[in-house]
Design a protein around this ligand. Structure first.
Ligand code: 5GP
Ligand code: MG
Length: 176
């Protein structure tokens, strides 16, 4: 079996969206936030969005939270668990969760409940991608890069069996 990736959004299109998203987030008026980036899929999205937010004058602390729900399969499994916890204290802070893709919503639902329980003052959610009509639990993102059809995508941090995260574009995985 061999895989190929059909481009969906180019590096330049992604770059433009990131700048627009950062401007939207900055419009919230919050001058300081704690970013909680969900590993591993969000590392590239986070790296780009935090620098765009810095250009908009927002001061940030950046944390990483490792959550797992997928394993090595393209099928969503039902349980979310913490595989790497964060260290920064978030009590009373404005938190923004950054994730690669909002699909069933289980991951972001889990993350947002966890951070609320830990005392965040406010929680907003920024995702690079969203698949509509797939939600199993009710959760919405405040900031969305692109809304995509229900296809399995890779690149720009998103993987298939650990591969393709390094692609600078987002594409649909084609299995032959
Ligand atoms: P949810 O918990 O919303 O079902 O799924 C969120 C996680 O599932 C994402 O953070 C991502 O890791 C994974 N996921 C969902 N759809 C896709 C996809 O199309 N491609 C890849 N690579 N991962 C996906
Ligand atoms: Mg993920």
């Amino acid at each position: 079996m061999s895989d190929s990736v059909k481009p969906l959004y180019s590096e330049a299109e992604i770059g433009e969206r990131i700048i627009a998203m950062a401007k939207d987030i900055a419009k919230s008026g919050k001058k300081e936030m704690v970013v909680v980036s969900l590993l591993k899929g969000s590392f590239i999205f986070t790296a780009d969005l935090v620098r765009a937010l810095s250009d908009c004058g927002v001061r940030l602390q950046v944390e990483f939270l490792g959550l797992s729900s997928y394993g090595n399969s393209t099928q969503s499994s039902k349980k979310v668990s913490i595989v790497q916890d964060m260290k920064t204290e978030i009590v009373g802070k404005d938190v923004i969760i950054m994730d690669d893709i909002l699909d069933t919503g289980r991951t972001l639902h889990f993350a947002s409940n966890l951070l609320r329980d830990r005392g965040a003052k406010s929680i907003s959610v920024a995702v690079m991608l969203e698949k509509p009509g797939k939600r199993v639990v009710s959760i919405d993102a405040d900031y969305i890069g692109f809304t995509i059809p229900d296809r399995f995508v890779v690149g720009y941090g998103l993987d298939y069996a650990g591969f393709y995260r390094e692609l600078p574009f987002i594409g649909v995985l084609q299995q032959h």
